[in-house]
Design a protein around this ligand. Structure first.
Ligand SMILES: [Zn+2]
Length: 469
């Protein structure tokens, strides 16, 4: 009995060791190379089998929504609510890192406020009734009312007011967050461009005077311009109406696009541009130079407001000045639609069937396509894998940003088509010339549209020059 038990134990230990070493081997290989076959990315699903879309195929009317659904970047859960799949989350995290850099460069401090916002706070600003149908409202077990925050002027102003009187020496205060926001859109559509649950960067600023607040306002606008330029997005900054946020001065940052839901007036003679909502009805001449105003459409991705003391007076958010007297803070608020920016960038940069990303936020920078199994180039598979490993070592900023399309049962053509659709800035293909001496790789630079043949060293040199996000 004992001997037999011992033998079984030895046998199973041996089996365990073999299993364990295989497991270790496989784990090492996976952390080393990212393999397309391992990704969760439901491509090619049929739109008519998605419950949240049923009967609404006609609403799949914009490019970014179609491309993002078909490429497995988003999945609709209910009208206006999406699951963001891995590629989208990677792009979003890169975008948030860029936003953090810009906001912190002007002195922004990152915070995180609750999504459950008390109705009491919203009654102080009188927006509980004013924003009647836009708010998602709910009650807790004690019958207290809340809304799911679409914006946080009330919560932040209450936070500042609760600190007693801050010293003027602590100002300006620039506080921001990147969080989920909720809006009960009457007509959620266009995918992430108009959804009911979305990510937004919202900054709230507190200054000691109107002049200082204008200075802060301009600094935030400049940071937005800098961010959009870095992303390579063409935009217009237009005068805007202040809507239900209120305040005295407001601008929108718009990406010109045919499917845009905002109508913009742009002067051909000077820098003047405005949302039609911000000018007198029927106005056709520029107030600055009397030039003719032309109408275009835009997707709003950012909105800035100089608020004055609208909220600080309601909540009594004050600071103490040099004479130790309490003075109401001058406020500003500044939104950037994070998920909307992703979709809007795809909308304006992509072709009908291929996504194009701003290079800095592409989910992955490089895709390698090794030869097809059974082809006469198959022996070059090891060359592609070695090139992947060499680049990982030589260019550490690309580590984790490159993937190998190991679905080698598919032809190169099929995998290249997928890679074009997903918009990797660089696609490295082991085509026929990989058998040349020395080997030549086919390099698709998708953001410039160039295709070049490069040696191993040439590919390494090209990628080494890339800037990491
Ligand atoms: Zn003008």
């Amino acid at each position: 009995m004992l001997r037999r038990g011992r033998r079984e134990l030895l046998f199973s230990l041996d089996a365990w060791r073999r299993h364990h070493s295989r497991f270790q081997h496989c784990r090492v290989a996976r952390t080393k190379r990212l393999l397309q076959s391992q990704f969760f990315q439901p491509m090619n699903f049929r739109e008519d089998t998605v419950p949240a879309l049923q009967g609404k195929l006609s609403e799949l009317t914009c490019k970014s929504q179609q491309l993002m659904l078909q490429a497995g970047l988003i999945y609709p859960s209910s009208p206006g609510c999406y699951s963001y799949l891995p590629y989208t989350v990677r792009a979003m995290e890169k975008l948030i890192r860029l936003i953090d850099k810009e906001m912190q460069a002007i002195g922004g401090q990152k915070i995180n406020m609750p999504s459950l916002c008390s109705a009491e706070l919203w009654r102080v600003s009188e927006r509980w009734d004013l924003m009647a149908s836009e708010l998602f409202r709910l009650r807790d077990r004690h019958n207290k009312a809340y809304c799911l925050g679409p914006t946080h002027e009330e919560v932040i102003t209450d936070l500042i007011a609760s600190q007693g009187t801050l010293s003027y020496k602590q100002f300006p205060l620039l506080l921001y967050q990147v969080t989920r926001k909720f809006r009960d859109e009457p007509k959620p559509r266009f995918g992430l461009l108009r959804s009911r649950e979305f990510y937004m960067k919202d900054m709230y600023t507190f200054d000691v005077s109107e002049e200082a607040a204008h200075h802060t306002y301009n600094a935030v606008c400049d940071a937005y311009c800098h961010l959009l330029s870095r992303l390579g997005l063409q935009f217009v900054k237009v005068q805007a109406s202040t809507g239900n946020i209120g305040g005295q001065m407001s601008h929108e940052f718009q990406l010109p696009a045919e499917i845009g839901e905002d109508r913009l007036l742009v002067c051909s003679g000077c820098q003047f541009s405005a949302n039609v909502e911000a000018v007198n009805p029927g106005q056709t001449l520029c107030p600055a130079c009397q030039g003719k105003l032309a109408e275009t459409k835009g997707i709003e991705i950012g909105h800035t407001f100089y608020l004055g003391t609208k909220y600080s007076s309601s909540f009594n958010a004050a600071y103490s000045n040099a004479q130790n007297q309490p003075v109401l803070a001058e406020m500003g608020c500044y939104g950037l639609g994070v998920t909307r920016m992703l979709a809007a960038a795809i909308e304006v940069l992509s072709t009908e069937d291929s996504i194009r990303w701003p290079g800095l936020i592409a989910p992955y920078q490089v895709c390698f396509i090794p030869p097809k199994k059974g082809s006469k180039e198959e022996s070059a598979t090891a060359l592609v894998e070695a090139l992947y490993d060499d680049i990982t070592e030589a260019t550490p900023q690309l580590k984790g940003d490159m993937l190998l399309d190991d679905r080698s049962h598919f032809s190169i053509g099929k995998r290249l088509k997928d890679a074009k659709r997903l918009g990797y800035p660089y696609v490295i293909v082991a085509g026929k010339r990989v058998l040349d001496t020395p080997s030549q790789f086919e390099v698709w630079c998708q953001n410039t549209g160039e295709v070049v043949f490069l040696s191993r060293e040439g590919v390494m040199g090209l990628l080494n020059e890339m800037q990491a996000a």
